[in-house]
Design a protein around this ligand. Structure first.
Ligand code: ATP
Length: 234
């Protein structure tokens, strides 16, 4: 579904990604693992069209999307649940959800997607008129995921979805990603919680200094001595 080859990304002179190649098949959950500064967010931003690659190619469903605008990429079905959540705090929960469905393809299915969101996040249904800014951190994260879903994405990218959330909410969030996977959603997951994300993922890639150094099934990476030492403290 997604094929990336030879991707370079620079911020001025600083190289954040160097020759990254990876692929994601439809219905897969793929984890991207790496230390702080390894380039994980840069990779997500490049796929989402929020950072322009210096070299390389990004293909999505057979279409070259390298260098397209973030709006266009979103229209094609790639959604990013951003680090920091980015909900609209002064708008109500319902307004936030509706803003996710502005593209024509999604607008037509607005009602049924809204119902699906309520099934996944029953708490949101009871707070539709509440300002989004008054929700708890966990609820805001659920709302951000819900808003993404409203756009009928085919590939969802999560960047540190558990950041700053209480442990119980983190479990709930991972359960939601598992549920989405079970429904057939394709997911790219960047997560500081390496063990949980590799357990959940079909496959994973390890990013170091902007380059992929290792890839394999989630289970193989969990059992890899280097991964265990560097990321699991074992
Ligand atoms: P973290 O987990 O800390 O967010 P990351 O793996 O997501 O790390 P990136 O945020 O992609 O890594 O950063 C990769 C490299 O690019 C780092 O060296 C970082 O300092 C640099 N970088 C990121 N954003 C910018 C920017 N806007 N301008 C300059 N350098 C940047």
């Amino acid at each position: 579904m997604l094929e990336i080859s030879g991707l370079d990304l620079f911020y001025g002179d600083a190289q954040a990604l160097a020759g990254v190649s990876l692929d994601v098949a439809e219905h897969e959950v793929v984890a991207i693992v790496g230390a702080n500064g390894a380039g994980k967010t840069s990779l997500i931003r490049a796929i989402a069209g929020m950072a322009k690659p210096g070299a390389g190619k990004i293909m999505f469903e057979g279409k070259d999307i390298t260098g397209l605008s973030s709006n266009r990429i979103c229209d094609l079905g790639i959604a990013q649940v951003a680090e920091g959540r980015q909900i609209f705090p002064t708008l109500s929960v319902l307004e936030n959800l509706e803003m996710g469905a502005v593209i024509p393809r999604a607008r037509a299915k607005r009602k049924e997607t809204l119902e699906r969101c309520f099934q996944l996040f029953p708490k949101l249904k009871s707070r539709l008129d509440q300002s989004a800014g008054t929700l708890s951190g966990g609820e805001q994260q659920m709302l951000a995921i819900g808003r993404c879903l409203m756009g009928q994405p085919r590939l969802m990218m999560f960047d540190e979805p558990s950041l700053g959330l209480a442990p119980a909410v983190v479990s709930e969030m991972f359960k939601i990603i598992r549920d989405l996977h079970a429904e057939g959603m394709t997911v790219i997951l960047v997560e500081q919680n390496v063990s949980t994300s590799l357990k959940l993922a079909d496959r994973g890639y390890v990013l170091e200094n902007g380059g992929i150094v290792l890839s394999g099934t989630g289970t193989a990476l969990l059992n890899d001595a280097g991964v265990r030492q560097a990321y699991l403290g074992l």
